[in-house]
Write a protein that binds this ligand. Structure first.
Ligand code: M6R
Length: 612
């Protein structure tokens, strides 16, 4: 939540900041601000998106070779010009951008107010600007030391960049539980950002700050990193494999549609990299830990949102194929529940961004108890990836649309490969079945490409759905988590209320909602449950509900009962979620477009949820 970017070098900072903020807008988009420095401070803040700020600054002075910028997702204080970042210290000397939450801000604020400091916003962030300046002036210490002493008093999470009006050769950056990366350019420039996206246009050499690290970025003396307790840190420069083209929309109007259409190709790359010519599945990163997996008493999967849904699919996969007990936990509940853990448990975190605050905290909790942790993450170098004992990357490319699409299918595909691998290694899957399942997965990208043909049909049905206030999504077995995911997709981007249910649970409450105005999306692609699903559909029809059924190409039975049908190619049942979710992604997409909603940046949401 919130994106921050900063530049220091020989060129104009403003265009770098604006471009960076546009790339970080997925992290929050309720207000924006920049400050550049050229003798005087040019500070501009606007409610709304980066484009609003750009319009506002069109004829204004923005020059300067150092600057900081911010795109906000409000936590403390409503989205308006006053609460937008950068925030400026009492004397106007320091300006600061912040991503995170200062939990003890109220206590710090009262102490500063008692000393005569005046606050002009309702944010927690402004406390930091005044506190740092207070220490700097009272203790007569350099800025980096004042930042260090201030952060020692702070509880909560932060990624911050601070600029001093009187020194255009330095920036100070620091982080705790919110991400921050520093790009190191060959010509001596530095770009600091919440993730690598704004950086890779200028350099692929990046340092990801660790928790409680402070960077002194000095144009003359270079970069120095120290810890909060003032120990020097060796510079760990990583070369990231990302290019600016990956962040465009290509021929599509929206990131979401582009990412839906990317699914066949990104999954082809994943599967090709994981299968050898004999159809053996490769998980080299888990080789040193295989014994732990095979002897695990239980796997606990922890995640949030769509990633949690992928975890729920994994429960079916791991239990069916590898016969391993799996619990799936919302990270936000798990971390505060004092869960019973055994030394031979394995905890798996699933996260597209690798920065979700609750998932990160859940992993910190289990690590403290010495439990082995493993993560499935898309964002390379992210906090969760670095914290866990082992990580497998999805490598599906940057996902920028707030609604998760290719990350979900990437997660489920990787979890399918892992379930088969563990099943085989643990002797639960015979060689012949192992090869058959691997071969079936190899066909998946082609099957997904065929699935996308349903786009036109989903668009037609979206015209029906858009006129309704509610929808129910029903599925059984492997398709139950897909029902949850379909409902989440619809509500988050079209604002139509939707709920997912196991189809048989309908009789225990939700059936009361069904009448001629209730659309129900029924997932009916799993062969083993078809009879049962058909019975559930008869129960709906008896109450005049409108049925939109997702069926496979061999279906004859469900088609007879449903009002509308979306046909997808058939695939082995364990992999059916990866196929059946595609029409649901498209259905929500077209419904949102028909309702003129902003599909990439839905209201109140942000892509990366780095606060609790
Ligand atoms: O980055 P993560 O996978 O940890 O994010 C978790 C959720 O915030 C995320 O999946 C969210 O539910 C999706 N954007 C919904 O489409």
């Amino acid at each position: 939540m919130c994106g921050i970017v900063a530049y220091i070098g020989q060129n104009e900072a403003f265009p770098v900041l604006i471009k960076g903020l546009q790339l970080l807008e997925y992290r929050g988009y309720d207000s924006t601000g920049v400050a550049t420095l050229n003798g005087t401070l040019n500070l501009y803040k606007q409610k709304g998106k980066v484009q609003d700020l750009l319009n506002f600054t069109a004829n204004k002075k923005t020059d300067g070779t150092v600057g900081i910028g911010h795109t906000r997702w409000a936590t403390h204080g409503q989205p308006d010009n006053q609460n937008a970042h950068p925030h400026v210290s009492h004397s106007g000397r320091l300006s600061l951008v912040h991503n995170g939450i200062i939990e003890n801000y109220a206590t710090l604020k009262t102490a500063l107010q008692n000393k005569g400091y005046h606050f002009s916003s309702q944010t927690d962030t402004e406390v930091l600007a005044h506190l740092i300046e207070d220490i700097q002036t009272e203790q007569l210490v350099p800025l980096d030391e004042a930042v260090r002493l201030a952060l020692q008093q702070v509880r909560g999470s932060y990624a911050i960049v601070i600029m001093d009006k009187d020194d255009k050769t330095r920036l100070i950056a620091a982080r705790k539980s919110s991400p921050l990366a520093i790009g190191i350019c060959k010509n001596g420039e530095f770009i600091v950002a919440s993730d690598a996206m704004p950086i890779v246009e200028y350099t692929n050499d990046i340092i990801y700050l660790d928790d409680e690290e402070i960077a002194l970025i000095d144009l003359i003396n270079g970069l120095k990193i120290t810890t909060l307790d003032n120990k020097s840190v060796a510079l760990n420069i990583q070369r990231v494999d990302l290019s600016p083209e990956m962040f465009g929309k290509g021929k599509f109007d929206t990131y979401m549609l582009k990412e839906i259409y990317e699914q066949p190709s990104v999954l082809r790359s994943m599967i090709n990299a994981r299968l050898d010519p004999q159809y053996r599945i490769l998980f080299d990163e888990l080789l040193p830990h295989m014994d732990k997996f095979l002897k695990a008493r239980r796997i606990i999967i922890t995640a949030c949102g769509t990633s949690w849904h992928a975890g729920l699919v994994a429960k079916y996969l791991f239990e069916n194929l590898a016969r391993i007990t799996v619990d799936v936990e919302y990270a936000s509940e798990f971390r505060y529940r004092n869960p019973v853990l055994f030394p031979d448990d394995i905890v798996i975190a699933i996260s597209q961004s690798g920065e979700t605050a609750d998932t990160l905290a859940a992993i910190e909790l289990v690590k403290e108890q010495g439990i082995f942790t493993y993560s499935l993450v898309n964002a390379v170098g992210s906090s969760i990836a670095r914290l866990t004992d082992a990580v497998s990357y999805l490598h599906v490319g940057p996902e920028i649309g707030v609604a998760s699409t290719k990350a979900f299918t990437g997660q489920v595909t990787l979890l399918s490969l892992l379930a088969i691998h563990l099943g085989y290694m643990g002797g639960k899957i015979p060689t012949q079945q192992y090869t058959e399942l691997s071969k079936e997965l190899e066909k998946l990208p082609q099957i997904l490409a065929k699935t996308l043909i349903c786009n036109a049909q989903t668009q037609k049905i979206a015209y029906l759905l858009k006129n309704h206030k509610n929808a129910l999504y029903l599925g059984r077995g492997y398709n139950f988590p897909v029902a949850l995911e379909g409902a989440l997709k619809l509500k988050e981007i079209s604002y139509i209320h939707a709920e997912g249910y196991p189809a048989a649970e309908m009789k225990h409450g939700p059936i009361a909602l069904i009448d001629e105005n209730m659309p129900l999306v029924v997932l009916a692609t799993n062969e083993s449950q078809k009879e049962k699903i058909a019975s559930n559909m008869h129960e709906i029809k008896a109450r005049k509900g409108i049925i939109i059924a997702i069926v496979d190409e061999h279906d004859t039975q469900i088609t007879q009962i449903a009002d509308y049908v979306i046909v997808v190619p058939a695939i082995a049942e364990p992999f059916s979620p990866i196929v059946s979710v595609i029409p649901l992604q498209l259905l929500s997409y077209h419904t949102a477009v028909a309702l003129r909603c902003n599909v990439d940046q839905p209201r109140n949401l942000a892509k990366s949820v780095t606060v609790e």
